[in-house]
Write a protein that binds this ligand. Structure first.
Ligand SMILES: Cc1cc2nc3c(=O)[nH]c(=O)nc-3n(C[C@@H](O)[C@H](O)[C@H](O)COP(=O)(O)OP(=O)(O)OC[C@H]3O[C@@H](n4cnc5c(N)ncnc54)[C@H](O)[C@@H]3O)c2cc1C
Length: 289
């Protein structure tokens, strides 16, 4: 299948890209890795009149950090993030999750920003952003703003971004101390989107009790679901079978998945329970060292 006719622009810098976005209004669309946009255009589910190719914006291809924050530019390829020692050291959950995105070939083209803006409810990167409480940096010609992951994902394939805006970078807080994380998913085949995925990061005190935890699930609702009660229920606790069971039951009650071609709602709920227990145990063991 072939896409509908479109005009093509390849801006040299961010300000030219933003100016093109502004002038094309609702008819323009950014293309990054093209791994989601091109198939959608080929099926004519998207028919932008103007494509703004940001592959020449090399300033947006970077991985950087200070003491508190890991910063990744929107044009950074997923495979670059996957193999980055800095990412592994500062935010190992990202390294683990990115390896599950599609195939090596799609990760070589697919960008960090493209996956986040596409906002598939089963996608790994939006889930990790939610689990790590990441921040999105967004620019238009008029302003630059930052939005927390919890406010960014609105519903299925929809984010808090206007057509004249571009995602430029993501920031992830770096946890210090006795930290462990885990990412687990179940997919029908290697490289498929997850049926359900779970991500957890926790911090332990000197007595192996949880001092902080974030737990999130993907594939169970229209956006990644943060299990907010996990912190209240587990703070000050050790990860015992009893505590894990309590959270798994809470998750089973919290999620409201839909049945589709790939899995029934009941199966997704069961997966959510099982994956929750797996990430909790694994993150705990890793934090204990
Ligand atoms: C065979 C196959 C398997 C896949 N499996 C998975 C999987 O398991 N998990 C998964 O998460 N994904 C999967 N994907 C999709 C994945 O490859 C892409 O990472 C991702 O969804 C799109 O990234 P991209 O850079 O290619 O973006 P594009 O396709 O270029 O763009 C996607 C959307 O984001 C917008 N966009 C891109 N960059 C920006 C920006 N900086 N600012 C504003 N808007 C922007 C575009 O306008 C478009 O709407 C798969 C794809 C294929 C082909």
């Amino acid at each position: 299948m072939k896409p509908a006719k479109f005009d093509y622009y390849r801006p040299k810098d961010v300000s030219e890209a933003l100016s093109l976005l502004e002038s094309s209004g609702f008819d323009g669309k950014i293309i990054a890795g093209g791994q989601s946009l091109v198939p959608i255009m080929n099926m004519r589910l998207a028919t932008p009149e103007c494509l703004i190719d940001i592959n020449g914006l090399h300033d947006l291809n970077f991985i950087d950090s200070d003491d508190h924050t890991l910063k990744i530019g929107t044009m950074t390829r997923q495979s670059t993030v996957e193999t980055s020692e800095l990412v592994k050291k500062k935010c190992g959950l990202v390294t683990e999750a990115v390896a599950h995105i599609g195939h090596l070939q799609t990760r070589n083209r697919g960008t960090i920003g493209g996956s986040i803006v596409h906002a598939d409810p089963s996608a790994e990167l939006p889930l990790v952003l939610m689990a790590l409480n990441g921040t999105l940096h967004i620019s238009s010609e008029e302003e630059t703003r930052s939005v927390n992951a919890e406010d960014f994902f609105l519903t299925f394939l929809t984010t808090d971004m206007m057509p004249n805006e571009m995602l430029t970078e993501i920031h992830l807080p770096i946890w210090k101390g006795r930290v462990g994380s885990s990412f687990q998913e179940v997919a029908r085949r290697h490289g498929d989107f997850a049926l359900v995925a779970a991500a957890c990061q926790l911090e332990l005190d000197a007595h192996d009790r949880i001092s902080d935890i974030r737990l999130a699930l993907g594939g169970v609702e229209a956006i990644p679901l943060l299990i907010e009660d996990a912190k209240e229920l587990l703070a000050g606790e050790k990860v015992t079978d009893q505590a894990v069971q309590k959270i798994a039951e809470l998750v089973a009650k919290s999620v409201e998945p839909e049945s589709d071609l790939h899995a029934s709602a009941a199966y997704r709920t069961q997966l959510a329970k099982v994956l929750t227990t797996r990430v909790l145990y694994q993150a705990y063991e890793r934090a204990k060292g």
